[in-house]
Design a binder for this molecule. Sequence first.
Ligand SMILES: Cc1cc2nc3c(=O)[nH]c(=O)nc-3n(C[C@H](O)[C@H](O)[C@H](O)COP(=O)(O)O)c2cc1C
Length: 161
Amino acid sequence: MGEASDLRGVMRRFATGITVVTARPAAGPPLGVTVNSLTSVSLEPPLVLICIANYLRMHAAIHNAGHYAVNLLDAGQEPLSRRFAGQPAGRDPFAGLKVAPGPATGAPLLPAGLGHLECRLVASYPGGDHTIFLGEVLAAATSAEQPALVYYLSRYHELRT
Ligand SMILES: Cc1cc2nc3c(=O)[nH]c(=O)nc-3n(C[C@H](O)[C@H](O)[C@H](O)COP(=O)(O)O)c2cc1C
């Protein structure tokens, strides 16, 4: 295959949900990153994967803490997706948010949303400029069914039930 832009051009046509992956490093403030690479891998045992860019602090935090949470965003949470994708730059994305430590992992759980998974890191695989983190799901919770936040053609959309 030729250009990276060819890959982008195809993948931007692949609609995904949006999550914020959170972790609590041993030292320093909690971390959160907007992530749409969530994939369900196995039901028995329950495993999911996420791909995290190698340069992100979240990358080291997941390696070191060994636990993280995946928060699934609802349609009203586009501002959270933007915040945890680094917009506006420099602002603490957790400012003003009421987060609760996950009972299974201690990773911060965001308020509302479609649901969340609490994960224990069981394996990591090199994936170019990203790392594929395989997590065992220790706890899973859902909220009432409500419109989802969807990313398609590089824009946010609301998917109604
Ligand atoms: C819709 C969307 C999905 C994203 N999915 C991922 C992902 O799966 N893995 C990842 O490492 N970064 C992902 N990112 C990028 C990170 O959120 C972003 O790099 C991070 O918040 C830090 O911002 P910066 O790269 O501008 O410093 C995604 C961003 C957006 C807007």
